[in-house]
Design a protein around this ligand. Structure first.
Ligand code: ZN
Ligand code: ZN
Length: 421
């Protein structure tokens, strides 16, 4: 007679009928990075009900639940809680109309699906607690603030995370992405890019627009830099490497006939390895300094790094183990290859604080019919609103169910079997 697997036994525990309503409530009440107070208190309330040891206010609004269940590995499961300053245009009955208190108020929307992550991790936490007889070890359910600003995970680490929780042997996280709802995708190695943002100030010498020979025009220097930076990826990076270098902002001057004193360029860089990242950063430094020298700038340029995301690099062994468990549970056709996404995440800062291996997988959230029609017409990029779009609208089911089950199955793949297996 076939015996039920521990994962199936835990999932059969049920009691997660509240997930969809909880999700819609979170979706209606999104909170910007570092302001996730309402979300955090809802999370903490639930964790307490299920017997988790609770830590709140970690790194601002971070919440951690620890469930010690005998000997065995310690597994950290992570969700991010923050929303984005986007005006929701999904037309959903539970769409957000939330704004900040500021003047003018900023619209707020869960446009990256972090409400899906929070709901699924809570669902998994409940099932793991209720089914504690089927596994042994320690589960840490960690809800972090401020993923979108790249400093939420680091903030928890700097606030003493390692003294609050047992060191995890493995860390797991998932992200809802524009794939068919209920489908999963995993992958070994670098799956999300490291991101660096940089602000460069070039100094010229301002004056009257009618007398350019008496000035050093920073607008021209900035323009040269912007054009020349395009050659970094095109001419210096090996063709097989994936690198993105985008100048997203150029600011200088106030009036057509005034040559300003300085110009500010902001750029964003995405890379998939430390060596290539260093090469690209060095190239930027060289080009900017050389253009300033070429234009006789009176002062060295200034460089300021901000919004730095680590590389999301999936451990080979952990990924293999989790992928095998997900395939067994969902069916091999439901668990695809993730490949590399040019998006970035700060999840990696959590396992890095413990030198623990980790894996991060993609959870599909798009209405299956919509996705398949777009795929047939070769129009997924045009017709399927992705993360950060005002029309990003993961369907609650089967997304929440799949995300909850994926967390449970992956966690159990890393924990020890329980006594009653
Ligand atoms: Zn996002
Ligand atoms: Zn996100």
């Amino acid at each position: 007679m076939a015996t039920e697997s521990p994962a199936q036994a835990v999932l059969d525990g049920g009691g997660t009928g509240w997930l969809e309503e909880f999700y819609q409530d979170l979706h209606r009440h999104p909170e910007l990075s570092h302001q996730e107070h309402r979300t955090a208190s809802k999370v903490a309330e639930r964790l307490g009900e299920w017997g988790f040891e609770k830590h709140t206010g970690v790194g601002g609004t971070g919440v951690i639940g620890v469930l010690r269940n005998g000997s065995g590995p310690t597994v950290l499961l992570r969700a991010d809680m923050d929303a984005l300053p986007v005006r929701e245009a999904t037309g959903l009955p539970y769409a957000s109309t939330a704004t900040t208190d500021g003047d003018p108020p900023t619209p707020v929307m869960h446009a990256c699906g972090h409400d899906v992550h929070v709901t699924c991790l809570l669902g998994a936490a409940q099932l793991l607690a209720a089914g504690a007889g089927h596994w042994s070890g320690t589960v840490i359910a960690l809800f972090q603030p401020a993923e979108e600003t790249a400093d939420g995970a680091r903030g928890m680490v700097e606030d003493g995370l390692s003294s609050l929780i047992p060191a995890p042997d493995v860390a797991l996280a998932q992200h809802v992405l524009p794939l068919p709802a209920g489908r999963l995708a995993t992958g070994s190695g670098p799956v999300l890019a490291a991101a660096d943002s940089m602000r460069i100030t070039v100094h010229g010498s301002g004056g009257h627009g009618s007398m350019p020979h008496t000035t050093i025009d920073p607008v021209v220097v900035a323009a040269m830099i912007v054009v020349r930076l395009q050659t970094v990826v095109a001419r210096e990076v090996p063709p097989g490497e994936q690198v993105v270098l985008t100048v997203g902002s150029v600011q200088a001057g106030t009036k057509s006939n005034v040559i300003p004193d300085s110009a500010v360029i902001e750029l964003n860089i995405r890379t998939y390895g430390e060596q290539i990242r260093t090469q690209v950063l060095d190239a930027i430094d060289r080009i900017v300094r050389a253009e300033c020298a070429a234009s006789r700038c009176p002062q060295e340029p200034e460089f300021e790094m901000f919004a730095r995301f680590p590389l999301t690099e999936n451990d080979h062994d952990v990924t293999e183990r989790v992928t095998a468990a997900l395939r067994e549970h969902f069916g091999a056709d439901q668990v695809g290859e993730m490949g590399r996404w040019s998006a970035s995440e700060d999840f990696g800062d959590l396992p890095a604080a413990f030198d623990a291996p980790s894996t991060f997988w993609a959870l599909g959230g798009i209405d299956q019919e919509l996705f398949e029609r777009a795929a047939r017409e070769g129009r997924v990029a045009q017709d399927v609103p992705g993360n950060h779009s005002s029309k990003f609208a993961p369907v609650p089911q089967p997304t929440l169910d799949a995300g909850t089950r994926a967390m449970v199955v992956a966690a159990l793949a890393c924990l020890s079997a329980g006594a009653d297996r």
